[in-house]
Design a protein around this ligand. Structure first.
Ligand SMILES: [Zn+2]
Length: 420
């Protein structure tokens, strides 16, 4: 079915692209049905084994996410989406099954109806999706707006309450942008968000030193948040991992900036030079020759990971070690539990986010550690159904794998923000 015949003419190719889009939507509907069935079977099996009701289904959402090769943190959304579609929204499910709705558009409808009770949710489902022909041609924004309008008409109180609850989700995140830039994103209640933007715009309106409006707004944001003029060292330490060549010579192996990812060696040296003027950098060896007493071999009798070892593992793993999960590390955990004679050492430690650490403790989950043929620290996860997933430590600067014969440096430094 997925064989592409190179002899197809243009209109047949367009037809094939369209056909496969339908197949994707149908597959999403089938995944939703399978997820709901899996959840029911798991619960029945757990009930039969005498697992208390409150503990049933633990870790299931993460299992579904891993099966979908998605971040475990999205598992709850996938399972909730499946339950709503299969249990409460037959028309939306049918529209997905026929390919009129994509999985994302069906997700938007489920999301906008999430604050409603079951009866109102069924009403929204019927009103929006019973006549599938009326969905044709509607984009993401139209679908979401239509669902929102119906939800508000059905139960204005629930929608307002949901908006109030959403304020609890306010947060700030950072993610890499191309060319050594970053996006700092703030999710704020609408009033606050608009006033932040207005304040920055006002700064740009009253400035005339030749910088562009965008530049003035960005500089003002940095100055007001860090309390320092743009260009001054930020008062917070960050970690850079780099090779000795990149640090002391003119090597071009990229460095890794914790929480960001790889940056060119020249940019790393410029950051360090700017920090050096403040005298704020500390340097230590991360990997050294095994014979010289490397950190790698460090082992502790303590049941908890001591700070130096925890720091090492956090640097090695960079983000949560569960496949597809990019969340920041919150726990250094024993891969083989200390209670089962697991040692407190780098090889037996993994950096996990809070949710994944909790999932790992659920019945039926096991983690084992090994080194692959290149010496890369590798964790194999096994889920309650026996599905296996592998997680390799990310490559360190300058090598596709950990080369413990070369010195890597971990530099904790206060960065000047004009250095790049
Ligand atoms: Zn995680």
């Amino acid at each position: 079915m997925f064989e592409l015949d190179a002899g197809l003419d243009e209109s047949a190719l367009v037809a094939a692209i369209s056909e496969w889009e339908t197949v994707k939507a149908r597959a999403a509907a089938a995944q939703a049905r399978a997820s709901v069935l899996l959840a029911a079977k798991r619960r029945a099996a757990e009930e039969a084994r005498g697992v208390p009701a409150a503990r049933r289904g633990r870790g299931l959402a993460a299992e579904i996410a891993l099966a979908r090769r998605d971040a475990p943190s999205r598992g709850g959304r996938h399972l909730g989406f499946a339950r709503a579609l299969v249990g409460e929204m037959p028309h939306t499910l049918a529209a997905l099954e026929s390919g009129v709705l994509s999985e994302w558009r069906a997700t938007l409808i489920v999301r906008e109806s999430a604050c409603l009770d079951v009866e109102d949710r069924r009403a929204l489902d019927g009103e929006l999706c019973a006549d599938a022909a009326r969905l044709v041609g509607k984009g993401d924004a139209r679908i979401a707006a239509d669902a929102k309008a119906i939800a508000y008409r059905l139960d204005p109180h629930a929608v307002v309450e949901r908006a109030a609850r959403a304020q609890a989700d306010r947060t700030v995140t950072v993610r890499p942008a191309p060319d050594c830039m970053t996006y700092v994103t703030a999710l704020l209640p609408v009033g606050q968000g608009v006033s932040v933007y207005a304040a920055l715009k006002h700064a740009a309106d009253t400035n005339s030193d030749g910088r562009s409006r965008g530049q003035v707004m960005a500089d003002t944001l940095v100055a007001r948040v860090t309390g320092r003029a743009p260009g001054a060292a930020a008062p917070v330490a960050v970690n850079l991992v780099l090779t000795d060549d990149s640090l002391f010579g003119d090597g071009d192996a990229p460095a890794r900036l914790a929480g960001y990812g790889p940056i060119p060696a020249g940019v790393a040296r410029a950051l360090i030079a700017a920090a050096g003027t403040e005298g704020a950098a500390t340097l230590r060896r991360l990997y050294a020759h095994p014979a010289s007493g490397a950190l790698v071999a460090m082992e502790s009798r303590a049941r908890c990971f001591p700070a130096g070892l925890a720091h090492f593992i956090t640097t090695r793993d960079d983000t949560c070690r569960t496949p597809y999960c990019d969340a920041p590390i919150r726990h250094i955990d024993h891969i083989q539990p200390a209670a089962q004679r697991g040692t407190t050492c780098a090889d037996n430690g993994d950096g996990l986010c809070e949710a994944c650490n909790y999932t790992k403790e659920a019945p039926g989950w096991t983690h084992t550690a090994q080194h692959d043929e290149n010496g890369v620290h590798t964790i194999e996860l096994s889920t309650p159904t026996g599905a296996r997933h592998r997680s390799k430590a990310p490559p360190l600067p300058g090598s596709p794998h950990i080369d413990i014969s070369r010195t890597e440096w971990l530099l904790s430094t206060h960065l000047g923000n004009n250095a790049a």
